[in-house]
Design a protein around this ligand. Structure first.
Ligand code: 13P
Ligand code: SF4
Length: 317
């Protein structure tokens, strides 16, 4: 299929036409580029989007503007739909750090452990988990684990360490990290706080503990957005991926939002934008709806195995 696009086309208008023709819904994560966020039918964090995908009933196609594990989650929860991801290379450093095979091996050696896995993982890793969580519901999920079971928390060691503090529950932590949230500079945060004495600093729990200890509020993407919209504070330093600032500015146009700088700028290998999320573009969305490709496909046995722990999570949230 040709990927050449007529430069005279109004892609936004074409996407609207194709959405109707294909009976498609566009779901987008807050880390997408602003024009994609504005185009989406539903914008949300990982939990919101998993629920939106599960509940998408009167459509044939779900076009997912996020990363691979999110589109895969949509397919796990709503297998009758065609699920499109504009760029199949949109991965995630957390998902890459923990394969299904590695988790299977851990379970073989530690059969007593209850495996709680962050939704940022492959379907194969989900299939080796007892329950899934997102950053929005992780505390409630940890509190739901039977008290007599040791826990493995995979794959984000920073979210895991933060949950140990919040719940008081000891856990074995997998050594994965989000390559975006570990780049923030403690030195530059302290400098920002000194220069903006009344500002509040908010951060995502995927950040390192030396960053989180300076935060006035820690929460998932949706909770950070809620903080910005509802807080009486006028200046807020935001420690997460910068895509969310677009929606934050719409929700609180009168507030000053300050991005947290990274330690050193090594291009997009060490910046506060997720290079995987940013692979999706308006052009690729147009092509995906035009060609109904690239699709997320999986066999039914693998799907059922990976869906079980996700459904357990959704029962609790
Ligand atoms: P949430 O959307 O659950 O806050 O997760 C953040 C993230 O890093 C998604 O990849
Ligand atoms: Fe993965 Fe981090 Fe990108 Fe989210 S922001 S998709 S956790 S690499």
């Amino acid at each position: 299929m040709s990927t050449v696009i007529d430069p005279a086309l109004d892609l936004f208008a074409e996407i609207e036409k194709l959405k109707k023709k294909r009976r498609a819904i566009i779901l987008a994560h807050y880390y997408q580029d602003p024009d994609i966020q504005d185009l989406a039918d539903r914008l949300g964090d990982s939990l919101d989007l998993a629920k939106a995908a599960r509940d998408a009933s009167d459509v044939d196609v779900i076009l997912f503007c996020g990363v691979h594990f999110m589109a895969e989650t949509a397919k796990l929860l709503n297998p009758g739909k065609t699920v499109l991801l504009p760029d199949l290379d949109a991965g995630c450093s957390l998902a890459d750090s923990c394969s299904g095979e590695q988790l299977r091996e851990f379970r073989r050696k530690n059969p007593d452990h209850y495996v709680v896995t962050y939704i940022n993982c492959s379907a194969a890793a989900k299939a080796q988990s007892d329950i899934i969580c997102t950053s929005s519901n992780a505390e409630a999920i940890i509190r739901s684990v039977p008290a007599d079971r040791p826990i493995l928390f995979a794959p984000d060691r920073n979210l895991g360490a933060w949950l140990i503090k919040q719940t008081g529950r000891e856990m074995t932590l997998w050594p994965g990290t989000c390559q975006v949230h570990v780049t923030f500079s403690e030195r530059k945060i302290l400098d920002l706080k000194a220069r903006h004495r009344t500002a509040k600093f908010i951060a995502h729990p995927e950040c390192e503990p030396n960053i989180l200890r300076h935060a006035d509020f820690v929460g998932s993407t949706r909770k950070l957005l809620q903080f910005v919209a509802e807080s009486p504070h006028h200046e807020i330093i935001v420690g997460t991926e910068t895509g969310i600032l677009h929606t934050m500015r719409k929700a609180a146009p009168d507030k000053t939002l300050i991005e947290v700088p990274v330690e050193s700028n090594r291009g997009c290998e060490g910046c506060n934008q997720c290079p995987y999320m940013k692979l999706n573009t308006i052009e690729k969305i147009y092509l995906a709806l035009r060609d109904l490709q690239p699709r997320i496909e999986m066999d039914e046995t693998s799907r059922v195995a990976a869906a079980q722990p996700l459904l357990r999570m959704l029962e609790i949230s």
